[in-house]
Design a protein around this ligand. Structure first.
Ligand code: ARG
Length: 460
């Protein structure tokens, strides 16, 4: 009673529960395209090396093409009793092309096969995500470009700190995403190594040509150790770490959008299509999309921890534990791609309330540092200048006005060094324009940053 592909030495079948418990076909069928791609390359190499005949290879190829069509047309019947994507496809191949199909697995194991499939899947995912990051960066750039001169209060501790260009603020996220993109492209190098040939764990006695398979599948090179090739999933963990960082960046931006949409801020409005209402409170327009981005960041972070924990105590080489790598990985890719897509679209619908932003920057003594710097430039040690301005702020606070609302003689009570040129310094524009070094918030610098960003985007 040889029910399963591997059950030749078994005396009793697994229970229905064990069958369901050990099967992965419900989720790993997602790897089918990559599994077929890998099998085609493996079979071609086997034929080129004379390990199987050209006739067998031709039969295998036609069978795999047919299976690919069946899967694409949703006509393929996936069977849980056949455990996983690999055995389902192999079984169907054998039904379609007979003995040739049974020769496909020569010199191969599901262990190197599945590792190859995941790497192919992840490589394609990384390429897609990289493009989606670019699309979002482009949306950020467009918005930033419209707001080079828009002034908002920059915050530290969520308290008004210094005036900044809203465009500058947005470009901070461009930088984060740029590093995210660079991290992914570095991760891709380690993903793009071929495990096939490692077989179960020790390699194979057939005269295979691993480099040829790598070439056929566009891998940069082959994994250098067979035990490592089938067992480690560090490349997937690394990808999840990259993904967690991207989500973390998007979560920070989401948190800001949520705050800015609160009427107490009133800085922005999101397009209606990214918000929802309340079933009880008719006035509500809730920022559900950014809230969900913030929430889903937790789930992506969780997947990273899941994979790290999955790997941490596994002895060499392959263990079935690794079957558990797929769902977290797939969900990470799905969550991330959806989030990036939605974000690029959402950024095109951000309405900025420039007046409110500016008004908010005028409250909270955002130019106090500028007054201190003004005094320090006149020779007063900065620490003393800091003290003088603190007293001035206290005075203005009592009068319930901004520093720039004080009369010159009022200001001069705090320091005789203050002259009428101070008023240019105390304006929001003056403060912003004075920070004109690389990376500063002066509009000319923001313009330069946007220019550089455009060049980077087109060079990539
Ligand atoms: N479904 C398995 C996985 O996802 C494939 C490899 C199984 N290998 C084995 N010897 N049981 O990891």
């Amino acid at each position: 009673n040889h029910k399963n592909t591997w059950s030749g030495r078994f005396n009793e079948p697994v229970s229905a529960l064990v069958e369901r418990y050990t099967a992965s076909v419900d989720f790993d069928q997602r790897l089918a395209e990559y599994d077929i791609q890998g099998s085609l390359a493996h079979a071609q190499m086997l034929a080129e090396q004379g390990i199987i005949s050209n006739e067998d290879f031709t039969a295998i190829r036609h069978g795999l093409y047919q299976i690919r069509d069946e899967i694409r047309l949703h006509q393929f019947i996936w069977l849980q009793e056949l455990e996983d994507v690999h055995l389902n496809i192999e079984k169907r191949l054998t039904i379609l092309v007979g003995d040739a199909g049974k020769r496909l697995h020569t010199g191969r194991s599901r262990n190197d096969q599945v590792a190859t499939d995941i790497r192919l899947f992840l490589r394609a995912s990384i390429d897609e995500i990289t493009n989606l990051i670019k699309a979002m960066q482009l949306a950020l750039l467009n918005l930033a470009e419209q707001h080079i001169h828009t002034i908002m209060p920059g915050f530290t501790h969520l308290q008004v700190a210094q005036p900044v260009s809203f465009g500058h603020h947005l470009m901070a996220y461009f930088e984060m995403l740029k590093r995210d993109s660079e991290r992914l492209s570095d991760c891709r190098k380690r993903v793009n190594q071929l495990p096939l040939g490692a077989a179960a764990l020790a390699g194979t006695s057939y005269p295979i040509n691993r480099e040829r398979v790598a070439q056929l599948l566009s891998f940069d090179s082959v994994c250098q150790n067979s035990l490592d090739a089938v067992s480690d999933r560090d490349f997937a963990i690394e990808f999840c770490a990259c993904a967690a960082l991207i989500m973390t960046h998007l979560s920070r931006m989401s948190e800001e959008f949520i705050l800015w949409m609160n009427p107490a801020f009133g800085f922005i409005q999101l397009a209606d299509r990214f918000c929802t209402g309340s079933s009880i409170m008719p006035q509500k327009k809730n920022p559900d999309v950014p809230e969900l981005v913030r929430g889903k960041t937790g789930r992506v972070n969780g997947h990273l921890i899941a994979l790290l924990t999955l790997m941490k105590a596994q002895p060499l080489a392959y263990n079935k534990d690794n079957q558990e790598d797929k769902e977290p990985l797939f969900d990470t890719v799905d969550t991330l791609t959806d989030t990036l897509r939605i974000y690029a679209d959402m950024l095109t619908g951000v309405q900025v309330n420039q007046l409110v932003m500016r008004q908010s920057a005028l409250h909270g003594y955002a130019t106090a540092t500028d007054l201190a710097d003004y005094l320090a430039k006149k020779g007063i040690p900065f620490r003393d200048a800091h003290e003088i301005v603190a007293k001035t702020v206290q005075f203005a606070e009592q009068k319930d006005c901004d520093l720039s609302d004080l009369a010159l003689d009022e200001l001069q009570k705090f320091s005789s060094q203050i002259e009428s040129d101070i008023f240019a310094v105390l304006t929001l524009e003056g403060s912003m324009q004075s920070r004109k070094h690389t990376g500063g918030t002066a509009p000319e610098q923001v313009q330069t940053a946007i220019q550089k960003a455009k060049e980077w985007l087109t060079a990539e």
